[in-house]
Design a protein around this ligand. Structure first.
Ligand SMILES: NC(=O)C1=CN([C@@H]2O[C@H](COP(=O)(O)OP(=O)(O)OC[C@H]3O[C@@H](n4cnc5c(N)ncnc54)[C@H](O)[C@@H]3O)[C@@H](O)[C@H]2O)C=CC1
Ligand SMILES: O=C(O)[C@H]1O[C@H](OP(=O)(O)OP(=O)(O)OC[C@H]2O[C@@H](n3ccc(=O)[nH]c3=O)[C@H](O)[C@@H]2O)[C@H](O)[C@@H](O)[C@@H]1O
Length: 433
C-alpha cells in the first residue's frame, strides 16, 4: 500500500521505517528540514535501538523516502498523523496547533477514498471535530483514530509486534484498510479492538493514566517504606505475584518523565475537568504531584547524605535521560534533579551514554563527563538517576576507588545494596532499607 506518515519525530520516524519494513511504499513528511535531511541520508535523528537498521533497509529498498513537501503525500491510500501534541505553555491542556496545521496542509492533497489515521495522542473529542473536514476534502475520504502504544527504547519492536491495535472508525472500510496496513501482525493473531472515535482516543489516555498511577502508587509505598524501615522492592515483588496486580511498572524511584506520561495525564485531567469531572480527576492530579515529589525526595536525600548541605560538593549524576535506551530528556526527572542540585550550589557532573547533547540544549550550564569513571572521579556523592545497563552493572569495588567519598543514592533502586555496602559504600535507595 502507499502510505504517508506526517510528523517524523520519535513516533513518526519509527512508524514510517517500520511500515516500509512491512513492504509498504512510505513517504515521511515533516516540517523540520534538518530532520528530513537526516532521515533521507539514513541517519536516525535520535537514539532508538533498531531504528538505524530499518531506516537504512527502507531507504535501500526504495520503499521509504522523506520530504518537507506535503504534495509528496498526495498518492497515499492511508495518511498517518504523528505530529506532536505537547502540553500548552501556561496550561495543562494538549496543544493541538501542530495537529491542526498538519491536517490543514494535508486536506488539499487528499485523493478520493483516502484514509487519514490519527496516531498522535489527543483529548477525547478531537477526532469527531476533525472528521467532517476530512470527509468534505475528497470523495470517500475518511478519518480513523489509531492510537499508538509504543515505548521509547523498544519502539521498532513495539510497532512491528504491538500488544493490540485500536481502531476508532466510522466504517468497516476504514477498519479493513487499517487491517491491510497491519496485515502481518493481524494474521499472526494480534488482538484488534474496533470501536468509535471517543473510545479509541480514551483507550490511549486511559492506558497512560493507568501506568502513571501504578508508578505513583508504588512511589507512595516507597515513602511508607522509608517511614517504617520496610523495603519497597520486596513489597513490589510480593504484590506483583498477584496476577491481578502484576509486577511491571511497580519500580519505585525517581518517577516517570518523558514526552508522554506527564503531559498526557495533565491533558487528561484538564479534559476531565472540562467535562465536569474535576472531583473524580483529582486523583490524577495527585498522581502527578506524587511523581514530582519524588524528585524533591531525591534532592532531600542528597542534602541529608552530605550532612545538611550540597553547596560545594561534587555530585556525579549517572544518567540524564528520562529512561534508559533513549536520548530523550523531555521532562526528565534526572535532569530536573541535576538542575535543582546545581541551584543549591553543588558541582554536578553528569554522564549518559546518549543523552548529553539533548541535556546540554536544555541545561547549558550542566558540566558533563564522557565516561562514568570521569564523572565519579573525586565525587562526594554519586546519584544513579537513569538505570542504563552500564550503571546497573557497575563494579562497586572498582567504583569506590574513584570517588572521594563512597556514597551513593540509587534513584532507581536497581543496585544490590548488600554488594555496594560490602564494598564500603554508604548506600541509599528510595524506600529501601
Ligand atoms: N514518543 C513516543 O514514544 C510516543 C508518542 N506518542 C504521541 O505521538 C505524538 C508525537 O510524539 P513524538 O513523536 O514523541 O513527538 P516529536 O516532537 O518527537 O515529533 C513530532 C514531529 O512532528 C513534526 N511536525 C510538527 N508540525 C508538523 C506539521 N504541520 N507537518 C508535519 N510535521 C510536523 C515535528 O517537526 C516533529 O518532528 C504525540 O501526540 C505523542 O503523545 C504516542 C505514543 C508513543
Ligand atoms: O504515550 C507514549 O508516548 C508512551 O508512553 C509510555 O512509554 P515511554 O514514555 O516511552 O516510557 P515508559 O517505559 O512508559 O516509562 C515512562 C517513565 O516511567 C518511569 N517508570 C517506568 C516504570 C516503572 O516501574 N517505574 C518508573 O518510574 C520510567 O523511568 C520513565 O521515566 C508508555 O509506556 C507507552 O505505552 C506509550 O505509548
Amino acid at each position: 500500500m502507499r502510505l504517508s506518515v506526517i510528523g517524523c519525530g520519535y513516533l513518526g520516524a519509527v512508524h514510517a521505517a517500520a511500515m516500509a519494513d512491512l513492504g509498504h511504499d512510505v513517504v515521511g513528511i515533516d516540517v523540520d528540514e534538518a530532520k528530513v535531511q537526516s532521515l533521507s541520508a539514513g541517519r536516525a535523528p535520535f537514539h532508538e535501538p533498531g531504528l538505524p537498521e530499518v531506516l537504512e533497509a527502507g531507504l535501500a529498498s526504495g520503499r521509504l523516502r522523506f520530504s518537507t513537501d506535503m504534495a509528496d503525500a498526495a498518492d497515499a491510500d492511508v495518511h498517518f498523523i504523528a505530529v506532536g501534541t505537547p502540553q500548552t505553555a501556561g496550561s495543562d491542556a494538549a496543544d493541538l496547533t501542530y495537529l491542526e496545521a498538519a491536517v490543514a496542509s494535508l486536506l488539499p492533497h487528499l485523493k478520493p477514498g483516502a484514509l487519514v489515521a490519527g496516531k498522535s495522542t489527543v483529548p477525547v473529542g478531537t477526532a469527531e471535530r476533525l472528521a467532517e473536514r476530512i470527509e468534505a476534502a475528497a470523495e470517500g475520504a475518511e478519518l480513523a483514530w489509531n492510537p499508538e502504544f509504543l515505548r521509547e527504547g523498544f519502539a521498532v519492536k513495539d510497532t512491528l509486534h504491538p500488544d493490540r491495535f485500536v481502531y476508532g472508525v466510522r466504517s468497516q472500510r476504514a477498519a479493513d484498510l487499517l487491517d491491510d496496513v497491519y496485515r502481518q501482525a493481524i494474521d499472526a493473531g494480534t488482538p484488534r479492538i474496533v470501536t468509535d472515535y471517543a473510545t479509541a482516543e480514551l483507550v490511549k489516555t486511559a492506558a497512560n493514566a493507568f501506568l502513571a498511577t501504578k508508578i505513583s502508587f508504588i512511589n507512595v509505598m516507597s515513602q511508607v517504606a522509608d517511614a517504617t524501615g520496610a523495603d519497597v522492592t520486596v513489597l513490589a515483588d510480593a504484590i506483583g505475584h498477584d496476577a491481578r496486580i502484576g509486577r511491571r511498572f511497580l519500580n519505585a524511584g525517581l518517577g516517570f518523565g518523558g514526552g508522554c506520561l506527564p503531559k498526557d495525564i495533565r491533558a487528561f485531567a484538564a479534559r476531565g475537568e472540562q467535562l465536569g469531572l474535576a472531583d473524580s480527576f483529582a486523583f490524577l492530579r495527585e498522581v502527578d504531584a506524587v511523581n514530582l515529589r519524588q524528585r524533591e525526595r531525591l534532592v532531600a536525600a542528597a542534602v541529608e547524605a552530605l550532612g545538611g548541605s550540597v553547596t560545594g560538593a561534587r555530585i556525579a549524576l549517572l544518567g540524564v535521560t528520562f529512561k534508559p535506551d533513549s536520548d530523550d530528556v523531555r521532562d526528565s526527572p534526572a535532569l530536573d534533579v541535576a538542575e535543582r542540585l546545581h541551584e543549591l550550589g553543588a558541582e554536578v557532573v553528569a554522564t549518559d551514554p546518549y543523552g548529553l547533547p539533548n541535556a546540554l540544549r536544555r541545561f547549558p550550564a550542566l558540566v558533563t563527563a564522557s565516561s562514568t569513571e570521569d564523572a565519579v572521579r573525586g565525587a562526594d556523592l554519586v546519584v544513579l538517576a537513569t538505570e542504563w545497563r552500564e550503571y546497573r552493572d557497575l563494579d562497586p569495588a572498582a567504583t569506590a576507588v574513584l570517588a572521594r567519598h563512597a556514597r551513593i543514592i540509587d534513584g532507581r533502586n536497581v543496585l544490590d545494596p548488600a554488594a555496594w555496602r560490602a564494598a564500603g559504600w554508604e548506600y541509599r535507595g528510595l524506600g529501601r532499607r
